[in-house]
Design a protein around this ligand. Structure first.
Ligand code: SF4
Length: 364
């Protein structure tokens, strides 16, 4: 049940998603604590280093140039601006900085060189650096890796079937190609999606099939709830309920036991109780800061108060392999197995398969 599988079918995933809630939560939480510390949640900060004016037509995105939204566009930030923001993020508990640029794809030249310098600069601050810059060639992925990039985000967004209803300026296959290019470097992969865009449950399952079948699975999977922004084609979408979010998080945790599941956009609409349920279901990261690229996000003090109330600890950076845990029937005490968590830095990333083999030995 807890082995990482890459052959999940849509039907199997739908059957998990549809389980009675208490069973689903129990299954997800059991898997979660076998692979992760259930009381640790990573705090990440998302910086929009270049905002608006994007030539793509993602139906959910206020940064697409073709939609009339209230977004104020900005040229690429300077390295010193990014450093100042990263230091602020670190001081308030973030261990990861994700830099987003509203580009269709990365172009070699002075702007990319500037991003590489940003990566080097944040890397020196002892924080994980992630970028989301659009489509990427294999060579560009390697250059980012050399600069010390820890993760590259490239979301699948939804199922292959529904993708063309959301975006017409590129294809699902293009997303997979960029993920593949990232995989050829030693940068970890962050890829997830958005729920609440009018997709069917089968599309949510289809997206999880696509993510889970990647081998290795993404180290990080953000699950976003659509933030419907006026001026975008999805402005009138009904918000999803917390129950859908909890089910999606739990199902993601079950089919991708080792990945870091990130509770991403849409948290402003969730109560503290709702978020607690998501953590129980296997979410182990949040984004901090008052903005998520361009949409609102809970205040960092509010998040820290929630952590205190729930007894959660912010995760330190560069934890690539989580501490395996096991739960005996009727035993409320978690028994840690094996050695201390393994830490690694970019450039010294433990070969994933080795890490998985190590864990298998520990849990045998
Ligand atoms: S999601 Fe990214 S690629 Fe799509 S329109 Fe927004 S900024 Fe552009």
């Amino acid at each position: 049940m807890n082995e990482t599988r890459h052959d999940w079918t849509k039907e199997e995933i739908l059957a998990i998603y549809d389980k009675p809630l208490m069973e689903l939560l129990y299954d997800a939480a059991t898997i979660h604590r076998k692979h992760h510390d259930p009381n640790t949640v990573q705090v990440s900060t998302l910086l929009s280093i270049k905002t608006g004016g994007c030539p793509e037509d993602c139906g959910y995105c206020p940064q697409a140039a073709r939609y009339q939204t209230n977004i104020e566009g900005n040229d690429l930030m300077s390295v010193s601006q990014v450093k100042a923001q990263a230091l602020r993020a670190k001081a308030s508990g973030s261990s990861r900085v994700c830099m987003g640029a509203a580009w269709r794809n990365v172009k070699d030249g002075p702007e990319f060189d500037q991003v590489l310098e940003m990566v080097r600069t944040i890397n020196k601050l002892d924080m994980e650096v992630c970028c989301t810059l659009g489509m990427l060639t294999e060579n560009q992925a390697k250059r980012l890796a050399e600069a010390g990039l820890y993760a590259y985000n490239h979301n699948l967004d939804t199922s292959e079937d529904y993708y063309k209803d959301v975006i017409s300026t590129r294809a699902f296959e293009d997303r997979l190609q960029t993920i593949d290019n990232v995989r050829k470097s030693n940068v970890t992969v962050c890829s997830g999606g958005i729920i609440g865009m009018g997709e069917r449950l089968g599309d949510r399952a289809g997206m999880l099939v696509a993510l889970a079948s990647l081998n290795p699975q993404p180290e990080s999977v953000p699950i976003n709830a659509l933030v419907a922004v006026e001026g975008t084609p999805m402005a009138d979408m009904e918000p999803i309920s917390i129950w859908e979010m909890v089910r999606m998080v739990a199902t993601t945790r079950i089919v991708m036991p080792e990945t870091q599941v990130r509770l991403s956009a849409g948290r402003t609409e969730m109560s503290r109780e709702g978020q607690a349920m998501c953590f129980f279901a296997g979410a182990n990261s949040i984004f901090a800061g008052d903005k998520l690229l361009t949409t609102p996000n809970p205040d960092v003090n509010e998040d820290m108060a929630m952590f205190k109330q729930l007894g959660l600890n912010p995760q330190k950076p560069f934890i690539k392999v989580s501490q395996p845990k096991t739960v005996e029937a009727g035993d409320s005490q978690l028994q840690p197995l094996g050695e201390k968590p393994k830490w690694t830095r970019p450039g010294h990333i433990i070969e994933r398969n080795e890490a998985v083999k190590d864990r298998a030995k520990v849990t045998e």
